[in-house]
Design a protein around this ligand. Structure first.
Ligand code: 4AD
Ligand code: MG
Length: 479
C-alpha cells in the first residue's frame, strides 16, 4: 500500500478509504478506552490525529508509541468528531519503525527555548517552530528560482574557491593543502603559496559577483544563488560565517532599474510564501505574539507578522539618498537626545542602529538608500558625477537592517583601475575582470540579497542562527 503524506490526508481527498501514514509521534494521550496519537511527517505544521481503540490495541501494543518514535499506521480516514481537526485515522495497524526512548529523547511536550534547541540542532527540525521556519525557507528558495526563471535570467554557478576578495574587506577563509606546521617558505620567510594546491593563495568566496559580471556580459541577465563565507568576527543576530546569497547581475541596467528589480523581487518571494505557507506563517506569527507578551509595551510589534508582510508586499519602498538619510538622522529627536551610540555625520558608514531608526521609527517601511560616499563602499561601484559618491544601494528592512547591498558597476576602465589602485588591488590579479571593460563593456548593475536575513524577515525569527539548518558562527561548527 502506498503511503500518503499528512498534508494530503488532512485535505480529506481520501475520506472513507484505508490509508497508510508514516511519520513521527508528537504526543500520545487518552484514557482506558481510547488512545490519541498525534503524528507529524513534516509535510505541514498540522498533525494528524490517530485514534487507537483499546479493544484493538492493548497498552502493551502501544508501549513504544512514544514522543519522537517513527511509526507506520494503517487505518480508515474519517471525519473527526473532535475539535481541532477535520479528519482523523481510525487505526487498524500500528507499527513502530524506530523507537525513541522517553527517558533520553531530548524533545519533550513542553516548550523548549530557542537556545536549547540550537544545541540539539540535529533534532530541532521536529519542532513546530523549526518545521515552519524550514518549510518557509524552502518555499523562498524555490520562489527565487521561479522569479528569475520567469524573467529569463540564467542561473550561474560561480566558484566557491577563489583567489580574489570581491568585497575587498579581507574577511576570507583560507583554502590550502599546505602543511600548517611546516609550510614551504620563500626566502623572506613568508609562506610560498606557489607550492599550494592551486599554485596561489586561495580562499572561500565572499561573493560570486565578479564572476557573475563576466557572465552578464554574455547572457545579459544572470543570477547566482549559493553559499558565501565571511570570516568577520561579528557575533550578532544578523551575521553568519557561512550564509547564502542571491546575486543577480544585469547588463544595460542603471541604479534605478536595479532598485526596481530588487523591490519587485523581494515582494514576489514574500507573496509566494504568503500564498504557499500561510499556515506556517500564521503559526510563526502566534509564536511572536506570545513572545511579545513578555516584553515591555514599547518593544512590542505594532503589526502582526502577517500584517507586516502584507504591508510590505502592498506598499512602495521608500527611496532616499545617503545624504538625505544623514540629514534625517541628524535632525531626529533621537540624535538630539544623544541616543545613538555611534557618530552620525556625512561620510560615516550607517550603523545598524541608524538603519533601524530610519526603517522602524522614521519611515516605518523598507527603505532603499542610494549614493553612498565612495570611501565606505567597494571598489567596483560606479563613481557618480559629483566625484564623492558612488551609485550604491542598500535595502533596509524593518527588524533586520541591511538585507540587500548592490550598485551600478564602474564600467569605465580608467576610473576602475584608479579605484583599484586606491584600495591596493593589483591589476594583474583581476586582469580577467578588467577584460570585460576592455572588450564590449557596458553599463550594468546588480545586487546581493542575504538569503538568511530574508528568511528572518518572513519568519520573524530574531536570531539568524535559527533560520539556517546548521549555523556556522565564531567558535561554532557543530553538526
Ligand atoms: O552588502 P554585501 O557585502 O554585498 C555583496 O557581497 C555584493 N557583492 C552584492 C552584489 O552587489 N552582488 O552583501 C550582500 C548581502 C547583505 O546585504 C546581507 O543581507 C548579506 O548579504 N550578508 C550577510 N548575511 C549573513 N551573514 C553575513 N555575515 C552577511 N554579510 C552580508
Ligand atoms: Mg553591504
Amino acid at each position: 500500500m502506498q503511503r500518503t503524506k499528512v498534508k494530503e490526508l488532512l485535505a480529506g481527498a481520501e475520506e472513507g478509504k484505508e490509508v497508510l501514514l508514516k511519520g513521527w509521534v508528537r504526543t500520545k494521550r487518552g484514557n482506558k478506552y481510547v488512545t490519541f496519537i498525534a503524528v507529524n511527517d513534516g509535510s505541514t505544521i498540522h498533525n494528524l490525529q490517530v485514534v487507537a481503540e483499546a479493544d484493538k490495541f492493548s497498552e502493551e501494543a502501544l508501549k513504544d508509541v512514544t514522543t519522537g518514535a517513527a511509526v507506520a499506521i494503517t487505518g480508515e480516514l474519517v471525519a473527526s468528531q473532535g475539535k481541532g481537526q477535520a479528519f482523523e485515522v481510525q487505526a487498524t495497524r500500528i507499527e513502530v519503525l524506530g523507537k525513541a526512548d522517553p527517558e533520553t529523547y531530548p524533545l519533550q511536550k513542553k516548550a523548549h527555548s530557542l537556545e536549547f534547541l540550537r544545541e540539539i540542532a540535529h533534532l530541532r527540525f521536529r519542532t513546530n517552530t523549526f518545521g515552519a521556519v524550514f518549510r518557509v525557507r524552502n518555499t523562498l528558495a524555490f520562489a527565487v528560482h521561479k522569479f528569475f526563471n520567469e524573467k529569463g535570467f540564467v542561473y550561474m554557478h560561480t566558484p566557491i574557491v577563489t583567489a580574489s576578495d570581491a568585497e575587498g574587506a579581507g574577511e576570507m577563509f583560507r583554502v590550502t593543502t599546505l602543511d600548517p606546521i611546516n609550510p614551504p617558505r620563500n626566502e623572506d620567510g613568508s609562506v610560498n603559496y606557489a607550492e599550494d594546491f592551486f599554485g596561489k593563495a586561495t580562499n572561500l568566496t565572499v561573493s560570486g559577483q565578479l564572476e557573475g559580471e563576466l557572465a552578464a556580459m554574455a547572457f545579459s541577465d544572470i543570477y547566482t544563488f549559493g553559499p558565501t563565507f565571511r570570516a568577520e568576527n561579528s557575533n550578532t543576530t544578523r551575521h553568519l560565517a557561512e550564509f547564502w546569497m542571491i546575486e543577480p547581475e544585469m547588463a544595460f541596467y542603471d541604479l534605478q532599474m536595479n532598485a526596481d528589480l530588487a523591490e519587485e523581487f523581494i515582494k514576489y518571494i514574500i507573496r509566494y510564501a504568503l500564498e504557499n505557507n500561510r499556515d506556517d506563517i500564521a503559526f510563526l506569527g502566534q509564536r511572536l505574539e506570545e513572545e511579545d507578551k513578555s516584553k515591555p509595551q514599547q518593544d512590542r510589534q505594532e503589526m502582526s507578522l502577517l500584517e507586516k508582510l502584507e504591508f510590505v508586499v502592498n506598499n512602495d519602498f521608500e527611496r532616499v539618498t545617503y545624504t538625505e538619510a544623514i540629514e534625517i538622522l541628524v535632525n531626529s529627536n533621537h540624535y538630539k537626545k544623544k541616543k545613538f551610540q555611534y557618530e552620525v555625520s556625512w561620510g560615516v558608514d550607517l550603523q545598524s542602529e541608524h538603519e533601524r531608526y530610519l526603517v522602524e521609527k522614521h519611515f516605518k517601511k523598507p527603505v532603499i538608500v542610494t549614493d553612498y560616499p565612495k570611501d565606505i563602499k567597494a571598489f567596483y561601484m560606479r563613481l557618480n558625477d559629483d566625484g564623492k559618491t558612488v551609485a550604491a544601494m542598500d535595502i533596509l528592512a524593518p527588524g533586520i537592517g541591511e538585507i540587500v547591498g548592490g550598485s551600478q558597476r564602474e564600467e569605465r576602465l580608467e576610473i576602475l583601475v584608479e579605484r583599484m589602485k586606491g584600495v591596493g588591488i593589483h591589476e594583474e590579479d583581476l586582469w580577467w575582470y578588467l577584460d570585460t571593460r576592455r572588450f564590449g563593456g557596458c553599463p550594468h548593475a546588480g545586487f546581493g540579497l542575504g538569503f538568511e536575513r530574508m528568511v528572518q524577515f518572513v519568519t520573524g525569527m530574531g536570531n539568524i542562527r535559527d533560520v539556517i539548518p546548521f549555523p556556522r558562527t565564531p567558535q561554532n561548527a557543530e553538526f
